[in-house]
Design a protein around this ligand. Structure first.
Ligand SMILES: *[C@@H]1O[C@H](CO)[C@@H](O)[C@H](O)[C@H]1NC(C)=O
Ligand SMILES: *[C@@H]1O[C@H](CO)[C@@H](O)[C@H](O)[C@H]1NC(C)=O
Ligand SMILES: *[C@@H]1O[C@H](CO)[C@@H](O)[C@H](O)[C@H]1NC(C)=O
Ligand SMILES: *[C@@H]1O[C@H](CO)[C@@H](O)[C@H](O)[C@H]1NC(C)=O
Ligand SMILES: *[C@@H]1O[C@H](CO)[C@@H](O)[C@H](O)[C@H]1NC(C)=O
Length: 486
């Protein structure tokens, strides 16, 4: 280790003995988080500059209460890094961190909550450090799961958006999921309709009407690459909004580089339409089966299903699907075409990313393979796909689809067994990434910090989306997005 780095580490270690402000952590290759000491006066958070997906942000989050344990953890980590260098650090780090902390890095934010809560092996943290507007309410529904038990809602009609700011690694890829359980917290007369915005881009409209009527939770999910060191997630009123926007939970999970990598994330994001485990009829498959806590819903139809006799190795698939979703498959009898009406929704006309997963379900042997053609919406998706017991994923990065879609698998003429399909993912490609130029954003944020009472919507992108710019800020109408007046 070069001497300068040694001294830097030593300095940082010493520093960590002196309590706050500790507002930053740097994830090192090899899976450790190294604290840095920036005086970000308004943030009560840790800041992870993310290289590899090994740094558990939720653990780094620092509430004032837990400052002491937090400091101790980092003293140990610093010394650990300093002593052993980075190759062994992952192994040694497991003395200090559990396996989960090493695998699933993310923020799991329980909006409106007053304390940390662990459910399903995930530690949920309160949202206080990430937002400074809105009010909190409890949900009256008895025996409700902790993450749905509270909401943050936004009664202030004058604000043009309500933003969470979350520290991220520039360019790193994240799965973001927002969860909404209305539960009639405001009297239950008008389930809210509102927009969700990520950085400068409107992502979608949330309409809680139908889910409220059927007692369900709505969730929305998108894969984005962070453009800067903070990512803003905002709710905003639209012209259909008649009651307060609200949110129950917000998750941001860091993904591996290989996941969904056929997409240019500097220009696009992928908004999840459906993700299913075929032939399976149980509860949603998620963490810990899926270390990224993706939701794989059950999907059965009139086709017969088969049980699989061997496990796949998820790391051999770029999208790292959980092994669990390969345990069952839809199939059909020998010589017949297997047709699956999927996804179970009517698609708006758009471009989609489609990934399909297959495995020969028989006990592995030199003969446990089968060959068939795959078509999506009547168009050839993959010809002569050879599926063995090891399994295979095929994906299309840009498929124009609309309406109802059918996935069809046609066996080759001499195949002794019918086709199989285990799982599928379909995500809509949405343009993403327009933003106010960084220099102007920094200037404005600095300015806002120095104001005693900045307007409540002065968070997130100052100019975009256009109808949700910061109150009182005027922006250029063409060319690169700049602030032209106050
Ligand atoms: C929401 O909170 C603000 C300030 O924290 C307060 O002034 C306002 O009365 C609250 N609104 C409701 C509806 O509770
Ligand atoms: C919200 O959904 C309900 C039920 O599906 C529908 O009747 C209503 O028109 C929707 N509202 C908006 C603003 O889209
Ligand atoms: C409401 O907003 C949408 C999207 O911004 C727009 O297309 C629509 O024309 C608006 N409707 C009314 C009634 O203003
Ligand atoms: C996606 O990731 C895999 C595994 O790291 C790599 O082999 C492949 O070339 C990548 N594809 C693209 C388009 O970057
Ligand atoms: C399919 O792959 C298996 C090995 O996984 C191989 O033995 C077999 O010959 C292949 N079949 C065809 C038709 O390519």
């Amino acid at each position: 280790m070069p001497l300068s780095i040694f001294f830097l580490l030593l300095l940082l270690c010493l520093h960590s003995i002196v309590p706050p402000p500790l507002h930053a952590a740097l994830a090192l290759p090899g899976g450790l988080c190294l604290p840095m000491f920036l005086s970000v006066s308004d943030a009560n958070l840790a800041f992870c500059v993310q290289e590899k997906q090994s740094c558990d942000y939720s653990k780094i989050f620092m509430s004032r209460k837990s400052t002491v344990t937090f400091q101790l953890r980092f003293i140990r980590l610093c010394c650990c890094i300093y002593l052993i260098g980075r190759d062994d650090s992952r192994r040694l780090a497991s003395h200090f961190l559990t396996e989960r902390e090493l695998t699933c890095a993310g923020y799991y934010i329980n909006c409106g909550a007053s304390q940390e809560e662990t459910t399903g092996g995930i530690q949920w943290i309160p949202d206080e450090g990430f937002i400074n507007v809105g009010n909190v309410s409890k949900i009256g529904t008895p025996d409700i799961v902790p993450i749905l038990a509270t909401v943050r809602y936004f009664p202030d009609e004058s604000a043009r958006k309500y933003c969470y700011s979350i520290p991220v690694g520039r360019g790193a890829k994240y799965l973001i999921r927002s969860t909404y359980y209305y539960g009639g917290f405001d009297g239950g007369e008008k389930p809210p309709v509102f927009d969700q915005i990520i950085d400068g881009t409107k992502w979608s409209t949330v309409n809680t009407t139908e889910n409220y009527a059927s007692g369900l939770t709505a969730y929305y999910e998108i894969v984005v690459a962070a453009q800067g060191r903070t990512l803003s997630f905002c709710l905003a009123r639209n012209n259909q909004t008649t009651s307060s926007p609200f949110i129950s939970a917000l998750e941001l999970v860091s993904l591996e580089d290989s996941m969904y990598n056929g997409t240019d994330f500097t220009k696009y994001a992928l908004s999840t339409v459906a993700r299913h485990s075929f032939g399976y009829g149980g509860e949603i498959v998620s963490y810990p089966d899926d270390p990224f806590n993706r939701y794989w819903e059950a999907f059965t139809d009139s086709n017969p299903y088969v049980e699989c006799h061997s496990n796949v190795t998820p790391s051999e698939f770029w999208n790292l699907p959980p092994a669990t979703v390969f345990q069952r498959a839809l199939t059909t009898s020998r010589g017949k075409k297997l047709a699956v009406q999927w996804p179970p929704v009517t698609l708006p006309s758009a471009a989609y990313y489609v990934a399909l997963y297959f495995q020969d379900n028989r006990t592995p042997s030199p003969f446990s393979w089968r060959v068939f053609d795959v078509a999506v919406d009547g168009r050839e998706f993959y010809k002569g796909l050879n599926v063995s017991a090891e399994g295979v994923m095929v994906y299309g990065t840009q498929w124009s689809l609309s309406g109802k879609v059918e996935i069809a698998m046609t066996p080759s003429s001499d195949s002794p067994v019918g086709p199989v399909i285990n799982a599928g993912e379909i995500l809509q490609i949405v343009p993403f990434g327009e933003k106010t130029i960084t220099r102007d954003v920094i200037t404005m944020e600095e300015f806002a910090r120095n104001l005693k009472n900045p307007p409540p919507d002065w968070r997130g992108d100052p100019c975009l989306p256009r109808q949700h710019s910061w109150t009182g800020v005027s922006c250029s109408q063409s060319g690169s997005i700049r602030i032209v007046g106050l």
